[in-house]
Design a protein around this ligand. Structure first.
Ligand SMILES: *Cc1c(COP(=O)(O)O)cnc(C)c1O
Length: 397
């Protein structure tokens, strides 16, 4: 097989060697059920406790505030359902969020709307950011909770979470953040950031798929999401995914230890990529240039379809995406890019390249060599591009 350049790390990451090694004993000799009283079970239970402690440490939380889940989506679902129920019990049925959340949040909000909740979707500025002031202005006496993602999975913008948390704390409104793209990549401190609930997922920081966690600050009641056994302090039934959980804790510790060095390396690669790709005529960077994840590049090219670019680049050994992995299959333009005010046809011609510390300078060189060729090739056979050339349509970029 030809060498593959993987630049789709917002969709998922390769597991680190350490994370892989750490889970193997739990697939082999340490196979016990942590709920069992005998030694085989108790060894597993000790590993579970240690992993919980490690993850709590990375977030500046207490281990009793960490609940394991099957991933980011489940953590988001549990957080929102629980906060909605708590709100409803107090007669509060108003929710504040943004239009560019991940679908694991947005789709739950849509359901809650059908169930009688009212949701205010804050307008995202065209640079992909909202402000604490916007949140403050939207809060009402009947606001049940606020949910705003830490960093966006498509355009990589980092929200002023600490400021939003402060506003919520001051006005006594619980605050959840989907931090799946942030944890392990940029500093996250649940206390300093005034976060009440936070979702994370292992496979976004070189851990395994199918495992994540929900942080829930002590004092915020967390309702049971999956009924059954008494695991996770009765909040989430099911025999624990010990291998996955241990591996997640190892991956997170590794990511946090290497965070500064990785970010430095990534910012360099990212900025070379951005500067190089913006040399292509009629291209535009989506999301704020500075308040963005070190790994994220998202660029629109006028007059092309993102899907054509992705498939062609894939033929050349380069793996990238357009919107998020979930929307790519649907051919709908990304709700995130539309929320940033891009017209449909421009949103359609976007590429998302998300790097990891495993990428190299040489890979960036190759991407910078291939993308301009591919854009030109597909523009040359696009009727839309022709209309732009002949002046039948006006350039947006
Ligand atoms: C990937 C992702 C999720 C979903 O996490 P899973 O573990 O795949 O369920 C949720 N939110 C954001 C921002 C993500 O990037």
């Amino acid at each position: 097989m030809k060498k593959i350049i993987y630049a789709d790390n917002a969709a998922t990451t390769a597991m680190s060697e350490k994370a892989i090694k750490s889970m193997l004993p739990y697939l082999k000799e340490i196979y016990g059920n942590p709920s069992s009283l005998h030694t085989v079970g108790q060894v597993a239970k000790e590993a579970l406790d240690a992993a919980r402690e490690k993850i709590a440490e990375c977030l500046n939380a207490d281990k009793r505030e960490i609940y394991f889940t099957s991933g980011g989506s489940e953590a988001d679902n549990q957080a929102l359902r629980s906060l909605a129920l708590n709100g409803e019990r107090k007669g509060r049925k108003h929710i504040i969020s943004t239009a560019f959340e991940h679908h694991a949040v947005l789709h739950v909000l849509k359901k809650l709307e059908k169930e009688g909740f009212e949701v205010t979707y804050l307008d995202v500025h065209e640079n992909g950011l909202i402000t604490g002031e916007q949140v403050q202005k939207a809060i009402r006496p009947d606001t049940a909770f606020v949910t705003v993602m830490y960093a966006n999975n498509e355009v990589g913008t980092i929200q002023p979470i600490r400021e939003i948390g402060e506003v919520c704390k001051k006005l006594n409104v619980p605050f959840h953040t989907d931090a799946v793209q942030a944890v392990g990549h940029i500093p996250v401190d649940v206390k300093a950031d005034n976060i009440d609930m936070l979702s994370l997922s292992a496979h976004k920081f070189h851990g395994p798929k199918g495992v994540g966690a929900l942080y829930c600050r002590r004092g915020i009641p967390l309702n049971t999401f999956i009924e059954g056994g008494a695991q996770e302090n009765g909040r989430r039934a099911g025999t624990e995914n010990i291998g996955g959980i241990v591996s997640m804790s190892v991956a997170l510790k590794e990511a946090c230890a290497g965070m500064q060095a990785n970010a430095q390396k990534l910012v360099k690669l990212r900025d070379r990529l951005i500067d190089g790709l913006l040399k292509i005529p009629h291209s535009k960077l989506n999301g704020d240039r500075y308040e963005r994840l070190p790994s994220n590049v998202n660029i629109s090219f006028e007059g092309v379809e993102g899907e054509s670019l992705i498939l062609d680049l894939s033929q050349r050994g380069i793996c990238v995406s357009s919107g998020s992995a979930c929307t790519t299959a649907s051919l709908e333009p990304s709700h995130v890019l539309l929320a940033l005010g891009l017209p449909h046809e421009v949103a359609h011609g976007s590429l998302r390249l998300t790097l990891s510390e495993y990428n190299t300078e040489e890979e960036i060189d190759y991407i910078l060599q291939e993308v301009p060729k591919v854009v030109e090739k597909w523009r040359s056979c696009s009727p839309f591009w022709e209309d732009l050339q002949t002046g039948k349509r006006k350039h947006f970029i």
